[in-house]
Ligand binder design. Structure first.
Ligand code: UT7
Length: 332
């Protein structure tokens, strides 16, 4: 029976480090507040104009291919998860395919925010198991820094996000013990406006006005407390559902690689799952929330650091705008 294996993982972040103190020079915040509430110490921002998520993804894909032992030219499908596409349209996957020199290779953009990597993983897994593709580049990539309100009014959101990209190369395997075992995803649009960017909007005539800009409706807006509550309820719920369906106990897990939105959220999720703190991957300290890129970025670093090894049982879990959430169980 054909299953899907993670053949290699790579990541890339821009070189510009932005510390909490750097942000405190732009608006009313402090290193102490940010670290205490979120665990974030610094994040990366793009340095040059005209650098989109697809640009950050190019070195991430190359690193993932090298680690997978394949040539970039072998990629036969791209899935690009992002909430900050390079342009309104076409999707970032098309730009990435062009930059990698892959004319004709299909490119699907996934717009499921912080859960985008897990949505993409379920699609890629189905494609591969159906025998449609053999080398899928599943990418999460974001450039948030050009879309944040660096004023006092936007401080609750602006401190959270960072830029980055990561990629997993997925391919078929006959080894049913080392593969993507299961992925469960969900959405509930009743929470859509609790974390969103409203304008420009196709729903409005016209899509954008000077008033919308003046009223700050072009920046991401979030009800942090509600998102926090939902995240700490839904991530453990979906994680337990996947574990139970696969007959896996908490003790069997080598590592939880969660979406990195807030260190406190992930600590609470681990507590609810009764998972020891040393079995949770955190790298939000260095990158902030990179939405769709955060799980593959954390996975790439976990592998580099020897915290996730061949044969280890890993659990991914995410929650984000939509609302969307999900979990995956993978034997590396
Ligand atoms: O990927 C999914 C996306 N997002 C998330 O998962 C985020 C989920 N939510 C959170 O992580 C937290 O709600 C936050 C970190 C965003 C905020 O933490 P909180 O403990 O919920 O703080 P709060 O929003 O209740 O704000 C507490 C205080 C307020 O002041 P007052 O009203 O108590 O005087 C805020 O105005 O902190 C103030 N505040 C800030 N102070 C300094 C809000 N943002 C900042 C800031 N710096 N950046």
């Amino acid at each position: 029976m054909t299953r899907t294996a993670i053949l290699g993982v790579g990541h890339h972040v821009p070189s510009k480090v932005v510390t909490n103190d750097d942000l405190a020079k732009l608006f009313d915040t402090s290193d102490e507040w940010i670290q205490q509430r979120t665990g974030i110490k610094e994040r990366r921002f793009i340095e040059k104009d005209n650098t989109g998520p697809s640009d950050l993804a190019v070195p991430a894909v190359k690193m993932a291919c090298e680690r997978a032992g394949i040539d970039v030219a072998e990629i036969d499908a791209i899935i690009f998860a992002t909430l900050s596409p390079d342009f309104n349209f076409p999707g970032s996957g098309c730009f990435l395919g062009d930059k990698l020199g892959l004319p004709g290779v299909p490119a699907l953009d996934v717009r499921n925010q912080c859960s985008g990597f897990l949505y993409g993983l379920q699609v890629a897994d189905a494609w591969i198991r159906a025998g449609m593709y053999r080398r899928v580049a599943l990418v999460g990539g974001e450039v948030h820094s050009t879309g944040l309100d660096f004023s006092d009014a936007g401080r609750d959101v602006a401190v959270l996000f960072g830029d980055g990209a990561a990629c997993a190369i997925l391919g078929p395997t006959e080894d049913t013990s080392r593969c993507v075992l299961d992925t469960e995803i969900h959405a509930d649009g009743s929470g859509a406006k609790l974390l969103w960017t409203e304008a420009p909007a196709s729903a409005y005539i016209p899509r954008i006005t000077h008033e919308m800009i003046d009223d700050r409706r072009v920046w991401p807006a979030m009800n942090g407390k509600q998102v926090f509550r939902w995240a700490t309820a839904k991530m453990p719920e979906v994680a337990l559902s996947v574990l139970e369906r696969n007959g896996v106990g908490i003790d069997d897990l080598a590592l939880l690689v969660p979406h990195q939105a807030n260190r406190r959220i992930n600590e609470l999720v681990a507590q609810k799952l009764k998972l020891p703190p040393d079995k949770v991957m955190h790298n939000i300290m260095h990158y902030g929330n990179t939405t769709a890129a955060s799980i593959p970025l954390a996975l790439s670093e976990a592998i580099e650091q020897g915290r996730a090894k061949a044969g280890d049982l890993l659990l991914f879990a995410a929650f984000g705008s939509g609302f969307t959430w999900g979990a995956s169980l993978v034997r590396l």
